[in-house]
Design a protein around this ligand. Structure first.
Ligand SMILES: Nc1nc2c(ncn2[C@@H]2O[C@H](COP(=O)(O)OP(=O)(O)OP(=O)(O)O)[C@@H](O)[C@H]2O)c(=O)[nH]1
Ligand SMILES: [Mg+2]
Length: 688
């Protein structure tokens, strides 16, 4: 396991993640030819929609092997096993990044040398911070006009709460970019020019780069000495620091997230790939470097721990499911123990046993059947019947539940209806499968109009889903225009009472509840809790919670879900014989409706954080147009001849913005949006 590396490739859209991953597949010998995003031949972008659009939509997993050959500081006789997940950069597919980061041990951030640290790179960086994932950065596209490696270093210091440590600097610039300088060994590395040439050469640093290389070498030693006493002491004594001491210091500081080593290259021109592969082995963690996992023993409701070891009881997390024509493929990260084909596992959430009928090692959409797998591996299985993304699977006699990942709420909705009644069942089937696999895609029926409403993270997300329904599931359906997924909240804190006293199937049911609801902007998903420990009998709390949460999915104002709400149970009336889950569930719903009647509700609209890149010449027009769209402009950044505008805008004002920006900037502008928060919508919103 010492030689396992589970890593993700994360960044802003178009930074070159897939292009880099394709090179990794080629250099490690996994693929014999290089797949290109632009030609629709990338192995990792295997979905039809991905190949057509040249963007990644779904995260793809692969396994390859690498024997380090550049760094004499790590043993070169061992082969490292790299399990890699290439993630999408578009914010609409943020769920793919979240679920991948949840099960990965390390990551490579890919930044464009022209765009620098762009919006989505910042977002995924913070996502990775939440999981304390050690990272390396690959500054890509150094062949592009306007590229600036050192500007990216400064942006990393300014925008990301990390200490970037350049372990390389580029050789040459823009079209003349031709290699990298290894600042640890103080050698230049040149790469074979032919596409299929995997060789590289170490030469002395050319004289025109020597001065700056020495400056950054000294900076490297200085930074390490500031953070690591093992380097400080020889540094102060003026002693030469052996190469392996530098490497082990960098490894130690990377694993504790105190520094981020930075590399340079041009994926499309095959520059800088082998040193990056060496660095993955040298600096990113193996599962053995990680702390034991903490979960919950669901039987006794107490914390439980598992070491990252094949000798422990089995535990694994399902991070992705993919519905296929003949069944469901579930992706697992095995944390402890060993898994064999035919084994029966336990899912504590559903309280059901699951049998693994087949086990696979995945390579994008291709699969190799295997008989067994162990702790530290990422595999896919078929045979699970009642297991969803986020579920833990474990040994049947030793239950453990790990923390689930949290996914954001959808912000855009569209109506969809079958063209004929024959298509109705087919549509329902397609929607349920798509929603099962994608936690940020939801399906709802409008109670008044009986229309099917689907919701997702943005226009592109829903467009892809629409195309999959029409092309993959072959359903003939009409799809409406995108509309805002509004929310509601209450204005005042109020109390409500509810009593349930009914005879159902010859059995009396009784319960009463008194509760308080109040607005709390720190809570996006409604939370329910007991005001005092004995406010309700504990065994009925889950039923009460479920009833309240389901009542909150439809507000009184316009039927939108309620958010920013805290519900406190003040007291409950119990009858020894008659109280039941049904009674408490009924009483909770009545009490909630009673409270909601007493306070006005307001409509909330999703506000998006935007980042717009425009040529300097068009900036005035872009800003004038934004002002008409209720946007708030927060700052403008200079990037050579371009300007990057940051701010916030209601999502309703962004539909079709791609065309608007294209026309203002003659196709030169680009933008990204990501959900920020919800703000009151003053009037005329409910009808969109
Ligand atoms: N000039 C230049 N272009 C590159 C380089 N690497 C990638 N590209 C181009 O950048 C575009 C995006 O590359 P991708 O690899 O699809 O980027 P990505 O980060 O995977 O994008 P998403 O998965 O959609 O977020 C493609 O047109 C690539 O050919 C590079 O080193 N130099
Ligand atoms: Mg990609």
């Amino acid at each position: 396991m010492k030689h396992f590396r589970n890593i993700g490739i994360i960044a802003h859209i178009d930074a070159g993640k897939t292009t880099l991953t394709e090179r990794i597949l080629f250099y490690t010998g996994k693929e014999y030819t290089i797949g290109e995003v632009d030609q629709g031949t990338a192995t990792m972008d295997w979905m039809e929609e991905e190949q057509k659009r040249g963007i990644t939509i779904t995260s793809a997993v692969t396994t390859c092997y690498w024997k380090p050959n550049l760094s004499s500081a790590i043993p070169t006789d061992s082969e490292y096993r790299l399990n890699i997940i290439d993630t999408p950069g578009h914010v609409d597919f943020t769920a793919e990044v979240e679920r991948s980061l949840r099960v990965l041990d390390g990551a490579i951030g890919v930044f464009c040398a022209v765009g620098g640290v762009e919006a989505q790179s910042e977002t995924v960086w913070h996502q990775a911070n939440r999981y304390h994932i050690p990272r390396l950065v690959f500054v890509n596209k150094l062949d592009r006009i306007g590229s600036d490696f050192f500007a990216v270093l400064s942006q990393m210091s300014e925008k990301l709460d990390t200490c970037p440590l350049a372990l390389q600097i580029p050789l040459g610039k823009e079209k003349e970019f031709y290699g990298v300088v290894d600042l640890i060994r103080m050698k230049a590395i040149l790469f074979g020019e032919a596409m299929d040439d995997k060789t590289f050469r170490l030469i002395n640093i050319p004289s025109d780069t020597l001065f700056i290389a020495q400056k950054y070498h000294e900076k490297l030693i200085e930074t390490l000495s500031e953070k690591d006493d093992a380097i400080l002491e020889p540094y102060l004594a003026g002693r030469e620091i052996p190469l392996h001491n530098l490497v082990s210091s960098i490894r130690k500081l990377t694993l504790s997230c105190k520094i981020t080593p930075v590399f340079s290259g041009s994926a499309i021109n095959n520059i800088g790939i082998q040193p990056l592969l060496d660095a993955i082995c040298a600096y990113l963690p193996s599962p053995l470097d990680l702390a034991p996992l903490c979960g919950l023993n669901s039987e006794i409701n107490k914390p439980a721990f598992r070491k990252h070891s094949p000798d422990e009881y089995l535990s694994a997390l399902v991070f992705k499911t993919m519905t296929e024509r003949y069944g469901e493929l579930s992706y697992l990260r095995i944390y402890s123990g060993q898994l064999e084909q035919g084994k029966t596992l336990y899912n504590p959430r559903t309280n059901k046993k699951e049998r693994i009928s087949k086990l696979f090692l995945m390579h994008a959409n291709q699969r190799d059947a295997i008989n067994s797998a162990q702790a530290g591996e990422i595999v896919a299985v078929i045979g699970l019947k009642n297991t969803a993304t986020g579920d833990t699977l474990c040994d049947t006699r030793h239950p453990i539940v790990y923390e689930r990942m949290v996914f954001p709420e959808p912000v855009v909705v569209i109506a969809i209806e079958p063209k004929t009644s024959v298509e109705r069942d087919k549509l329902a089937f397609a929607l349920s499968k798509l929603a099962h696999d994608d936690p940020t895609f939801q399906v709802k029926t409008d109670e008044e109009t009986a229309q099917t409403i689907i919701s997702g993270m943005g226009e592109l997300h829903l467009e892809i889903i629409k195309n999959r329904i029409l092309n993959e599931y072959k359903v003939m359906a009409n799809v409406g225009a995108p509309q805002v997924a509004y929310r509601e909240t209450i204005l005042h804190s109020v109390e409500g009472q509810g009593t349930f006293n009914r005879k159902i199937a010859d059995k009396e049911h009784f319960a009463s509840i008194s509760l308080r609801i109040e607005q709390d902007k720190s809570i996006t998903k409604p939370s329910v809790h007991n005001l005092t420990d004995d406010a309700t009998p504990k065994q009925f709390l889950p039923a009460i919670e479920d009833a309240i949460k389901s009542s909150l999915t439809s507000g009184r104002l316009a039927g939108y879900p309620l958010i920013y709400l805290k519900v406190s149970i003040i007291s409950a009336g119990v009858h020894e014989q008659k109280s039941s889950e049904i009674a408490f569930s009924g009483a909770a719903s009545i009490a909630l409706q009673d409270a909601l009647k007493k306070t006005p509700s307001i409509l909330l609209e999703p506000i998006m954080k935007f980042e717009i890149l425009t040529p300097e010449a068009n900036m005035g027009d872009v800003i004038n147009d934004l002002n008409k769209r209720r946007a708030t402009i927060e700052s403008v950044e200079m990037l050579g001849q371009s300007r990057r505008i940051h701010g916030k805008i209601p999502i309703a004002e962004t539909f079709g913005y791609a065309n608007v920006l294209r026309s203002i900037t003659s196709g030169m502008g680009s933008y990204t949006l990501e959900p920020a928060d919800y703000q009151p919508r003053l009037s005329g919103a409910a009808s969109n």
